[in-house]
Design a protein around this ligand. Structure first.
Ligand code: NAD
Length: 475
């Protein structure tokens, strides 16, 4: 753990192990912290808050730029660690390191653009001045699927705004979090400004972060169930809240689209990170005129994907995070099959040829998916592409919107009006138009409905860590 500028053990002295999901090897151990450690970290963050807030935006920007530079310099080692601890192929890990580092650069730039306003008054002898100030100590909880970029997407804007941080990383990926904290430490971030508590059981840390009056904001990325729980507790404490939660992205192929191009896009997007992404398509709507061409393109591409340990050359899909994830994916596919869906490729676990000790599920395409199937409603978080054939173009946006989630949506069309109507009609925070990567440090990321509250990245990202303070000045 990292508290008040020092690497430290848990107060109780316990540790827990972190495991390689590709082969079950133990790759390290970290302190198993509890409520006492979280309180110690909050005390350090609280003590450092005033002096950190008093630094200039230029000083904070310089530190963030140095941490960005260090992440770049260490890209190879960071990617290798991520692949061992989280499982994604090396190339994807390196891409995540670059994406994660970019939040530090972006928010270093944004730090210098925090500004106030002179506002008009109805009185001749009065002036109004509004300024932006840091909210204070931030409690942050992050997931395992993007174990480095989800940290920098929160810590970048928090630090740029002048907030101090107590972070609890996911129990599956504490070493990735430790490596990012090493970058901040080596960049020279002052003691107490950033703190990290690792724990095998997240619940006691979550309770402290959402009830301690010194914590002014909660930022969380993870499942909707846990996000709802933490947000409700944080609401009781009147903390500010940002929660980035699950998704169930529709991917709509319109009749005027090129079905081969769309199928290539879907294949590239769906199997990233073994489908363990909150913006992964979970319902692929293909117009009946295109269904055959789409399926004929995606199935052989999926059949060719090499599955295995992400450190091995040519591997495109790595393991799932644990056995429970494999069981969930298998149950969804079995349910679809039992209700008449077809599975032209995949549809089973992989446990032979060197994959015995890992958590692998074959990249899968399911066709003939209907509303009654579990996969039509529940997030899969696995390497399964569910295809729904539709007839009525006027109905497909309503079908896409028929979910409680609202994070990402994708449309394929060559018609400008269709694209604009779709973008306006879809109730989602992020929309890819003929684009399978609609994310960037410079762009606001976040969802509607059960996908969460708030935005990360973009100009919006830093606003989540700022208060507005007004002065009315009588002359
Ligand atoms: P999770 O909710 O189980 O865990 C996320 C984090 O919350 C982990 O750090 C975990 O330790 C912690 N946590 C769990 N219970 C807690 C408690 N009671 N108190 C405090 N902390 C607690 O989710 P997960 O399985 O790790 O992540 C997958 C989910 O995250 C998916 O649903 C996915 O869609 C979502 N996700 C969303 C985004 C986004 O930006 N919207 C990004 C990545 C992942």
């Amino acid at each position: 753990m990292y508290i008040n500028g020092e690497w430290t053990d848990a107060a109780g002295g316990a540790e827990f192990q972190t495991i390689n999901p590709a082969n079950g090897d133990v790759i390290g151990s970290v302190p198993d912290g509890g409520a006492v450690d979280a309180e110690r970290a909050i005390a350090a963050a609280s003590a450092a808050q005033a002096s950190w807030a008093a630094t200039t935006a230029y000083e904070r920007a310089d530190l963030l730029m140095e941490a960005w530079r260090l992440m770049g310099e260490r890209q190879g080692d960071l990617a290798a660690l991520m692949t061992r601890e989280q499982g994604k192929p090396l190339k994807a890990s390196a891409a995540e390191v670059r994406y994660g580092a970019d939040f530090l650069r972006w928010f270093a730039e944004e730090a210098r653009r925090i500004r106030g306003e002179w506002l008009p008054s109805a009185r001749r002898d009065q002036r109004f001045l509004s300024i932006r100030t840091p909210v204070g100590v931030v409690g942050a909880v992050t997931p395992w699927n993007y174990p480095m970029s989800m940290l920098t997407r929160k810590m970048g804007p928090a630090l740029a705004a002048g907030c101090t941080v107590v972070l609890k990383p996911a129990e599956a990926t504490p070493l990735c979090a430790k490596a990012i904290f090493e970058c901040f430490h080596d960049a020279g971030v002052p003691a107490g400004v950033i703190n990290m508590v690792t724990a095998a059981d997240p619940a006691p840390i979550g309770e402290v972060l959402t009830s301690d009056p010194r914590v002014k904001k909660l930022t969380f990325t993870g499942s909707t169930a846990v996000g709802r729980l933490l947000a409700s507790r944080a609401a009781h404490s009147l903390q500010r809240i940002s929660v980035e939660l699950g998704g169930h992205a529709p991917f709509v192929v319109f009749p005027d689209a090129d079905p081969v191009h769309a199928a290539k896009g879907a294949a590239a997007l769906k199997f990233l990170n073994s489908g363990q992404a909150c913006i992964s398509p979970n319902r692929i709507f293909v117009h009946r005129d295109h269904a055959q061409a789409f399926i004929d393109t995606i199935v052989p591409r999926v059949a060719r994907v090499k599955v295995g340990d992400g450190t091995h050359e040519g591997v495109g899909v790595g393991p799932l995070v644990n056995e429970a994830a494999v069981a969930k994916v298998a149950a969804q596919v079995d349910d679809a099959r039992s209700q008449g869906a077809e599975v032209p490729v995949g549809g089973h676990r992989l446990s032979e040829g060197g994959l015995e000790r890992g958590h692998f599920y074959a990249p899968t395409v399911v066709t003939g998916v209907t509303e009654e199937m579990v996969i039509y409603r529940e997030e899969t978080f696995g390497p399964v592409a569910p295809i729904i054939t539709y007839d009525d173009v006027d109905q497909v946006i309503a079908m896409a919107n028929d979910t409680s989630y609202g994070l990402a949506a994708y449309v394929y069309t060559r018609d400008l009006s269709t694209a604009i109507r779709a973008m306006e009609g879809l109730r989602f925070g992020i929309i890819g138009v003929n684009d399978v990567n609609p994310t960037s440090a410079a762009a606001p990321f976040g969802g509607m409905g059960d996908s969460g509250l708030g935005r990360e990245g973009g100009h919006e990202g830093i606003g989540e860590y700022l208060e507005t303070k007004l002065a009315g000045i009588a002359l």
